[in-house]
Design a protein around this ligand. Structure first.
Ligand SMILES: [Ca+2]
Length: 362
């Protein structure tokens, strides 16, 4: 089945890795997914949300530079649908600059609250496109279309047309729902979300109150989006999309490929694979989190999914938490939050994921 994807992203290093994976899957060398239906993958738009990047317009500029830098593979391939349709992929993938404010600004949070969000970290994130040696923009002050333009744009497509892949806080999607709930629910057939700390008994990768950053930053947006979409939501929580997605041995092996001194071969790599390798050189953890969620779009067989009744919390001190209704522990958990049924990943084939990464980098 054709998938027409909108990537809603806060443009961290792992988001860009996920973006490159999607581009790679759309390209001729991307190989098949489960159904060998790579040609049926279509990235239609990228929208940016405040998260790891604090400025959504700057984030949009980074996205455009990445698309420009990865484009020659797609353009150069006669076999590819963009070429056969005679469309320039850079101008055919829309870029929207999304929300700069949380849905309830007074209850929202920001990644910059994290102790790990140091000056050096922010410098690296701000200057990501330069560090990745992405092509410069002709107009470095370019302003991008906004969420209301995105709504207008979506109107011209058939119902149930879009698959939304959300790899940042859910602010944009909640705002789109507030602007035109009926339209968004009609146009979006599926919503794959990287976020939340569900089934996470080990409580790793969690912060402050036990939540996960994307949900913590905008708990109200998470509540609005999950309630609106229900079982159309396919949640990749940090139970599957986490730092431990590779084991120590696999990390060592991947690192040896990333850092191997193969300058000549590097030049011969296609632009997208070269970009992936560069990402790992600058921020090795880029393979974790968001790329796992992106992989679900083309290799759903790597995942075990189930319907689950959850509660989503948007108010202090539980903001950003998502919990299975069956295992609520305290009165506060039972008496607050919104109950909703969603679909969530409860298992993931990490070895298959590693083999896929290796085939790209090695
Ligand atoms: Ca992200």
């Amino acid at each position: 089945m054709e998938q027409n994807i909108i990537l809603d992203t806060d443009v961290g290093f792992d988001d860009v890795f996920a973006l490159c994976l999607l581009l790679w899957k759309m390209s001729s060398s991307g190989g098949g997914g489960d159904d060998d239906d790579r040609k049926m993958m279509n990235l239609r738009a990228v929208s940016t949300v405040k998260g790891l990047q604090l400025d959504t317009n700057h984030a949009a500029r980074i996205v455009e530079r990445i698309l420009n830098s990865c484009s020659d593979l797609i353009v150069g391939d006669d076999d590819h649908k963009f070429s056969s349709l005679n469309i320039d992929p850079v101008s055919s993938i829309k870029i929207f600059s999304g929300s700069q404010e949380r849905i309830l600004p007074e209850h929202g949070h920001c990644f910059s609250e994290g102790e790990w969000f140091t000056k050096e970290y922010q410098y690296k994130t701000d200057n990501m496109a330069d560090l990745l040696e992405a092509l410069p923009l002709l107009n470095s002050n370019k302003e991008y279309e906004k969420l209301n333009d995105m709504l207008e744009w979506m109107k011209s497509f058939p119902d149930q047309y879009f698959t939304l892949l959300c790899t940042g806080p859910l602010t944009n999607i909640a705002k789109l729902l507030e602007m035109d709930r009926e339209l968004i629910l009609r146009k979006v057939g599926k919503l794959v979300i990287m976020g939340g700390s569900l089934f996470n008994e080990l409580e790793q990768d969690v912060l402050l109150n036990g939540s996960e950053w994307n949900f913590y930053c905008d708990g109200k947006a998470a509540e609005i989006v999950l309630e609106a979409f229900g079982t159309k939501v396919e949640l990749m929580s940090i139970y599957v999309a986490n730092l431990r997605v590779l084991n120590q041995e696999q990390i060592k092996e991947l690192a040896s490929h990333v850092h191997s001194d193969r300058a000549v071969q590097q030049d011969e790599l296609e632009p997208i694979r070269r970009m992936l390798k560069k990402l790992l050189t600058i921020s090795f953890d880029s393979y974790a989190y968001d790329p796992v969620a992106a992989t679900y779009l083309f290799n759903p067989s790597f995942f075990e999914m189930r319907n689950v009744k959850v509660k989503v919390y948007s108010e202090k001190p539980l903001e950003g938490l998502i919990k299975e209704v069956e295992y609520l522990k305290t009165d506060l958990e039972r008496n607050s939050g919104k109950e909703v049924e969603i679909t969530a990943a409860c298992g993931f084939n990490r070895d298959a994921f590693f083999e896929m990464l290796k085939s790209l980098i090695a």
